[in-house]
Design a protein around this ligand. Sequence first.
Ligand code: I6G
Length: 630
Amino acid sequence: MSPGAKPSADTLRQYEQLKADIERHQYHYYVLSEPLLPDIEFDRLFQQLLDFEQQYPNLTSAESPTQRVGVKPDDGFTEVVHLQRMLSLDNAFSDEQVHDFERRIHDRLNTAAAIRYSVEPKLDGAAISIVYEGGQLLRAATRGDGQKGEDVTHNVKTIASVPLRLLGDGHPDVLEVRGEIFMPSAGFEAFNARAREAGEKVFANPRNAAAGSLRQLDPSVTAQRPLDIFIYGIGVVEGGALPGFHSEVLQQLQAWGLKVCPEIDVVIGADGCLDYYRSIGARREALPYEIDGVVYKVDGYDLQRELGQVSRAPRWALAHKFPAQEQLTTVKAIDFQVGRTGAITPVARLAPVAVAGVVVSNATLHNIGELLRKDVRVGDTVIVRRAGDVIPEVVRVVIERRSGNPPEVSLPEHCPVCGSDVVCPEGEAVARCSGGLVCAAQRKQALKHFVSRKALDIEGMGSKLIDQLVDSGRVSHFSDLFALTAAELAQMDRMGEKSAKNLMAAIESAKRTTLPKFLYALGIREVGEATALSLANYFGDIEPIISASMDELQEVSDVGPVVAEHIRSFMNQQHNREVINDLLRRHKIHWPKIDKPAADIELPFSGKTIVVTGTPVSYTHLTLPTIYSV
Ligand code: I6G
């Protein structure tokens, strides 16, 4: 079809429908902070619209979504007209598109000279404009539709990394900076873990968390959210001059107290950009915040001005996206897994889908409360998300794609592994199997925890072997591990005589441990490594912990009533005390006692050897040496 061809009535209808769909998605994304589609799907729709308008240029109207960046702001906040329009960025998904970007720059500048780019990660957060007047923070506004945003000054002022007053001197009279407000990954995980525990709404991803926090009507709520900011550019500048290169401006902004991303760099040419993309991509999971790509910007402002912009995006900048962390797939089944403490976790079995380079076929639904809230049903199309090392999760059902009326999934009344009753105390989000160590699933998980590196650290005792040992009935309790023989182990799958012998040696050496590791290995609810260490330091041995009252337990620094209750109920159970007794008396599990002098230690000192005898006062500290000889 030639450009400018007249569209048929059918084409016109499709075009109008596509525009309406995109507007609805933008409303959910920008205004409600609850996107209906993963970004990659939205990008696909947007690209379709761009293709349409390229094919039929006459169709393009001023209110087409391609002519604006977002949609009108919500009514709850005061509207702010941006001093200068906030643009968005063109996207690239391949190396070829990056080379095309540079080719267009060369063509437009009519040069083949090497181009210098300022490059930086693209944060997954909420875009913000902050205006400083006379060095004081005057106003902060969301991007909104690019022309008008929402006044979120009170909320932005609660973010510690946003200066209320610029440092140093020489700032322009009016300085508008632009950047991204984001929730660092650790803060996001902690926030969601707390919300999940309390049965409250969790955020689907850090971007929604940042945008949602920014749009709180009460700034004291925003103040409690772990938000941060990176400034990535400037808008209006009046009454002052800035350097001629973007990279230098960022340095200047940093000197004035504004936070810029530490990963910023300057590279030459498209190849330099692609090297940067790969280097950041390799470190992506280790970064303390989520990014969805990198941004390349022509560094010289003179060249930027010459290149100008198309309606919605500058010609001098490009966002090069990483493979999406969210994808669409369908739910084949929903199973219930039983964990170490009996917690029942619903797991969605999915049609396999590649998410950020890894094929995902299972995703957690966390707990029954979340399964019910998300209302996931077999056959549903869902958004699945995989970020960093976190287990893939079902973010949401794409409800519009549900066909028919599949039955709701409900909590099983009986444990799918041992048949014991499933209990879900009033007001708790987590349901549990009441079978305790009668339940093979709980036994397996408890044993896996017991042998793990931070616990008794039995090297070679892997997950599959424990499954076999439990399924064959050979091992039920921790103490059974120490009664295993090399001949028995050699008969297990994938075990030979040599590995059985090595494993026997590992079991033997695990008998010498420390009190904190032993306590942690028992798998008492809420007793992690740190609490185990505090208990060990406070009580010094296991006997006083077994008999400690609720009050005595709460004397320990990080033990509150909930943890004390878990410890008491564990120790109150006769079979748990028997297992501990068996481990200590029959199998001779032991640890150095902290009330006895440690062995002499020989240390090199000024070319001589000194012998130091210290008395350990805790599991982490020795007293100063009490005796020494040279
Ligand atoms: O949305 C954006 C994210 C990051 C940007 C951006 C950016 O630089 C690192 N830069 C510009 C110029 C625009 N949007 C319009």
